[in-house]
Design a binder for this molecule. Structure first.
Ligand SMILES: Nc1ncnc2c1ncn2[C@@H]1O[C@H](COP(=O)(O)OP(=O)(O)OP(=O)(O)O)[C@@H](O)[C@H]1O
Ligand SMILES: [Mg+2]
Length: 318
């Protein structure tokens, strides 16, 4: 069953008008993005800094209003929900942020942080708070309930953030680079915790990361984003073993491989280009692509199904 179905999602950020300039400029942070996530599955959203991952994540939990497009969560389109209806729906979707130092209120003790979403929905219940702390491995809960976030380690803070996200039984969780601010030594623990929780609660997850190796470990499917567009998506193993888009290939060539005998040449692509401000009608990857053809300069490539459940937006493929 499909839990999440995103159609033509778009977010433009207006740039401040320059004096004497009549034109309006927009950053095309998310540009006509579509994907689906099956119930109980994890989709990875991968790409370099500035490609629109966080903007997509925030649109899906409606911390940002989309410019256009549809976001179906369990068949309800939440793209245009406002006010009371939106508040009611928030119970179903939760976000785990990149930086647990910033996302937790320093004046709150753990109890208050985890209780907050329950109180907002009028569902406060002590037992739920205890349970949430236990499932994220903060045991015994009494030992953590009255601590402030500065009294916790980075890993413990992120566990509190996860407990807070799960305490109201969401059906869909968005995790935005949840381990990138943590010490390397504890990243695997938090990733494994997320995998265990997904299994236990049959959660549907959008997992944002710039790291394809992490995406491979965590995700059932992967979508690769480049300057606001999805350039390739499909089953995770398929994308890793059989990448099609020149950008995905370059990203993968930079991922260390476990077998040192298997040599792989690192593919060089140019430096990241600037943000997608009023982008011209052509492939966004044009400037950096080693395989560009004439048509790439004139037309944006459509996302087409190149193999079963594997989609690519590149003029090299049809
Ligand atoms: N509030 C905003 N106002 C204007 N532009 C914004 C805003 N938020 C994001 N952008 C722009 O939108 C684009 C996408 O940003 P976003 O934060 O979604 O990227 P990201 O993939 O999450 O990057 P990172 O890996 O660095 O977290 C960037 O060009 C960014 O400058
Ligand atoms: Mg981001």
């Amino acid at each position: 069953m499909e839990m999440v179905n995103v159609e033509h999602l778009t977010k433009l950020f207006p740039l401040r008008k320059r004096l004497f300039s009549r034109e309006k400029h927009y950053v095309y942070a998310v540009d006509d993005v579509s994907f689906k996530i099956e119930k109980g599955k994890i989709m990875g959203l991968v790409g370099e800094s500035g490609c629109g991952k966080t903007t997509t994540a925030k649109l899906l939990v409606r911390l940002l209003d989309p410019t256009s497009g549809n976001i179906y969560i369990k068949n309800e389109n939440i793209a245009d929900l406002r006010g009371k209806e939106l508040k009611k729906f928030r119970k179903n979707i939760q976000m785990i942020f990149q930086d647990p130092y910033e996302s937790l209120n320093p004046r709150f003790i753990v109890h208050d942080t985890v209780a907050e979403p329950l109180i907002a929905q009028g569902l406060y219940n002590t037992e739920k708070i205890y349970n949430a702390l236990e499932v994220v491995g903060l045991k015994p809960p009494e030992e953590f309930l009255f601590r402030y976030s500065h009294e916790l380690s980075g890993g413990q803070r992120q566990r509190v953030a996860i407990a807070r996200a799960l305490v109201i039984d969401p059906i869909f969780v968005v995790a935005d680079e949840p381990t990138s601010m943590l010490d390397v030594s504890i990243r695997a623990d938090v990733l494994n915790l997320l995998l265990a929780l997904r299994k236990k609660f049959d959660l549907t997850v959008l997992f944002v990361t710039h790291d394809l190796a992490v995406a491979r470990y965590m995700c059932d499917s992967i979508a690769v984003m480049y300057l606001g567009k999805i350039v390739e998506r499909g089953n995770a193993e398929e994308i890793i073993k059989n990448p099609k888009h020149p950008y995905t290939k370059a990203l993968l060539s930079a991922v260390p491989i476990p077998n040192p005998k298997a040599k792989r040449k690192r593919i060089k692509i140019g430096e990241r280009v600037s943000d997608a401000v009023n982008p011209p009608e052509r492939c966004r990857f044009y400037e950096r692509c080693n395989y560009k053809k004439d048509i790439c300069k004139r037309k944006y490539p459509k996302l087409i199904e190149c193999c079963k459940d594997h989609f690519v937006a590149c003029h090299l493929y049809g």
